[in-house]
Structures are given as structure tokens and as C-alpha cells.
Design a protein around this ligand. Structure first.
Ligand SMILES: Cc1cc2nc3c(=O)[nH]c(=O)nc-3n(C[C@H](O)[C@H](O)[C@H](O)COP(=O)(O)OP(=O)(O)OC[C@H]3O[C@@H](n4cnc5c(N)ncnc54)[C@H](O)[C@@H]3O)c2cc1C
Ligand code: SF4
Length: 337
């Protein structure tokens, strides 16, 4: 079993003021931990070497879901299990609830938080390994090396954004609240991510994500989420996609948004989506648009051509979910051909 070398101090603030003061005091030597379900494995793999770890779990101001007339407001410590099982969240934001329910397995969803999911580090088959494994290859741009084993000639890390709630929150027009010693700022979730796999967050080292604001959707808004993974549970996405659109009484679709992730360092918005009567041909057109834009890389351990072929299937399944017909069978290697 991999162990953590006890080379850092753990601090347990109880208020946001204390968190901000600690971030200010310790600068880049400090790292935040929430549920720890990603942070701890990465620590064990020697990807981080903090001097101070700031444990957020005692900060009660980061908990709770507020149902406001115009929005739902989630504290950063809201658990994935809570998002999956809260019937009011499921009724208003079914795609978010579904994305939370498809993260990892039950243990990680009990521990893991929304804030931790949004701030999840990027993943790559060449980096999420032990120090010994990585050392044998001489490291890479993200850690201890000067080459990218995925692009080989490229000078940019293309490790994949792999968080399941991020594409959904982008598709719903959500914003995050960030707190630092300089005060509070708000950012659309889409702008929280940059195209750099080394660190894909537009978040200063002294900033903490405090809340997520999701606008309450109108009565015609439909939304779906789908995910492809190796097994029917536990696994990170091989691809995921979030869909949202308006549908009127005559079945006309408008205002579509389609976001794909687990491809590059940040989620990708698919452009030039069609509008019109919702039928099989329109769904196929969505699939073709996504297929043209989504080009999986070898940063994830599954055949890239096969993953690309799965793109239109993922889109049709997201439509099924948006129309309230989500399959209870997870989309995985065993049923995706
Ligand atoms: C076996 C396994 C399978 C997994 N499968 C999936 C999956 O399918 N999909 C998926 O999305 N994730 C998956 N995960 C990753 C993880 O469980 C989830 O992403 C979870 O939501 C992370 O939340 P956390 O609270 O545990 O974050 P932590 O591990 O505590 O933190 C993650 C990162 O976020 C930062 N952070 C945490 N909170 C804040 C905050 N409020 N402000 C700023 N930074 C913050 C931390 O510093 C750290 O860098 C998996 C993990 C494991 C171990
Ligand atoms: S994409 Fe390249 S640089 Fe980034 S983690 Fe993977 S191998 Fe390393």
C-alpha cells in the first residue's frame, strides 16, 4: 500500500476568514483539501509536496444547498451523494444530479464534494502513476520532465479535465464564487478552466471556491448528461457530455448547448448546433457536429478511434436522458460497441 510521508502540517480552520488568512500566510506552500478523494491519491503518488494542508471540512459556511427563487446555490462542501439523492435538486437540475450519481463509486461520492470535483486536477495515463513508474519514463511536462508522452513533440500538457460535474454546470450557465485575501469574485464555470493540463484552473493559489450558483431553468429547458467509462462504476470518464436545450409544445428545439469533456485540458463546447423539430435526424446532426469537433487523445488509456466512434452514441444517450428516458444501464466497455 502506498503511504503518505508526513512532511506537512494539517490546519483545520472553522471560518472562511481563517481559510483566507492561512492562504495569505502560506502562499504556494499551502494546498486545500475537501473530501480528499483525489487529493490523497495524488499526494501518495508524489504529485504534490505541500508544506501545509488546509482542511476545509470544519468550515460550516461552505455547507448547504439554498433554493432561491432565481437560482440554486451550492456550498463548495456539498457532497456528491447529497446532490445525487436530494429530490429537490433532482427535480430542478436532473443533469447535475445524474452527473453526481455517475462519479466514481458510493464511497467516493460519500466523501467527495462539489468544490473538490470542480477543482479536480487533470488526469493522464502518464501522470496518475507512482513516482517510481513516472521516474522510469523520465517524468513529463506536468511533473519532473521536459517532454509530453502524449503529443511527443508538443510543448503543452494536454492532460484531460475529468470532472463529471463541470460540463453540466457549464451547460447550465452556472457561476462560481471565489474568495481570496483580495475579496470575492464571480466567474462563469466555463471561465474557471484554461487550456493547460499542468494546471487547468483560472484560480489563484490563494483563492478558495466557496459557492456555485446555478440559474433556475425555465419550464421549457431540458437537460441531460451521459458518460462513457471502462466499467459500469468507479471509473473516471473516457468521455462525458452535457446537453441542454429548450423544447416547446410543438417539439421544436432551440437554444442548444452541448459540452464534451475528458478530451482535453478543459471542457469543450460544440459549436454550430442545429435547431428545429426534434426528431432522429436532428439528433443525428448533433452527433455529427460533436464527432467533427471531438478528437480524443492518448492521455486516457482507451483506444482513441473507438472513443471517437462513441461520440454520436453518447449524444443520443444524452438526448434520452434529457427527455426523461435515461438508461439505467451505464454506458461502458461491456455495452458500447
Ligand atoms: C477510484 C476513484 C474514481 C473516481 N472517479 C471519478 C469520476 O468518475 N468522475 C469524477 O469527476 N471524479 C472521480 N474521482 C475523483 C474524486 O472522487 C471526485 O472528483 C470528487 O468530487 C473530488 O472531491 P473531493 O472533495 O474529494 O476533492 P479533494 O480530493 O479534497 O480535492 C480535489 C482538488 O480540489 C481542490 N479543492 C477542493 N476543494 C476546494 C475548494 N473549495 N476551493 C479550491 N480548491 C479546492 C484540492 O486542493 C484538490 O486539488 C474518482 C476518485 C477515485 C479515487
Ligand atoms: S499530457 Fe503529456 S505532459 Fe501532460 S501529464 Fe500527460 S504526458 Fe505529461
Amino acid at each position: 500500500m502506498l503511504r503518505i510521508a508526513p512532511t506537512f502540517e494539517v490546519l483545520r480552520p472553522e471560518t472562511l476568514d481563517e481559510v483566507v488568512n492561512l492562504l495569505d500566510q502560506h502562499g504556494e506552500a499551502a494546498r486545500l483539501i475537501a473530501g480528499g478523494t483525489d487529493f490523497v491519491p495524488n499526494l501518495k503518488h508524489g504529485l504534490y509536496a505541500p508544506e501545509v494542508v488546509i482542511d476545509l471540512k470544519g468550515v460550516s459556511a461552505l455547507r448547504g444547498i439554498e433554493h432561491r427563487p432565481e437560482s440554486l446555490v451550492f456550498g463548495a462542501l456539498v457532497g456528491l451523494h447529497e446532490m445525487e439523492t436530494d429530490t429537490r435538486v433532482h427535480a430542478v437540475l436532473p443533469s447535475l444530479s445524474r452527473a453526481a450519481s455517475l462519479v466514481a463509486g458510493p464511497q467516493q461520492r460519500r466523501m467527495g464534494t462539489l468544490g473538490g470535483n470542480l477543482c479536480l486536477d487533470t488526469r493522464c495515463v502518464y501522470i496518475n502513476q507512482t513516482e517510481f513508474w513516472r521516474g522510469a519514463l523520465g517524468g513529463c511536462l506536468k511533473k519532473d520532465g521536459d517532454v509530453c508522452h502524449v503529443t511527443v513533440t508538443g510543448k503543452k500538457c494536454v492532460a484531460a479535465a475529468s470532472n463529471d460535474t463541470a460540463p453540466v454546470l457549464i451547460s447550465l450557465g452556472a457561476t462560481v464564487e471565489l474568495l481570496s485575501p483580495r475579496g470575492v469574485r464571480h466567474l462563469p464555470v466555463d471561465e474557471l478552466y484554461i487550456n493547460d493540463g499542468i494546471r487547468n484552473l483560472a484560480l489563484g493559489h490563494d483563492e478558495v471556491l466557496t459557492r456555485v450558483f446555478v440559474p433556475r431553468p425555465g419550464p421549457q429547458r431540458r437537460m441531460g448528461f451521459e458518460k462513457l467509462r471502462t466499467r459500469g462504476a468507479i471509473d473516471f470518464p473516457l468521455l462525458n457530455c452535457a446537453l441542454a436545450f429548450d423544447l416547446d409544445e410543438a417539439e421544436n428545439l432551440s437554444e442548444p448547448v452541448l459540452i464534451f469533456s475528458a478530451v482535453a485540458a478543459r471542457p469543450r463546447s460544440i459549436s454550430q448546433l442545429p435547431v428545429g423539430r426534434l426528431d432522429a435526424a436532428l439528433i443525428a446532426e448533433f452527433g455529427q457536429r460533436a464527432f467533427a469537433s471531438v478528437r480524443p487523445l492518448t492521455n486516457i488509456n482507451a483506444d482513441v478511434d473507438w472513443r471517437r466512434e462513441m461520440v454520436p452514441h453518447l449524444v443520443s444517450r444524452a438526448f434520452e436522458a434529457a427527455l426523461g428516458r435515461a438508461s439505467a444501464t451505464p454506458f461502458s466497455l461491456s455495452n458500447a460497441r
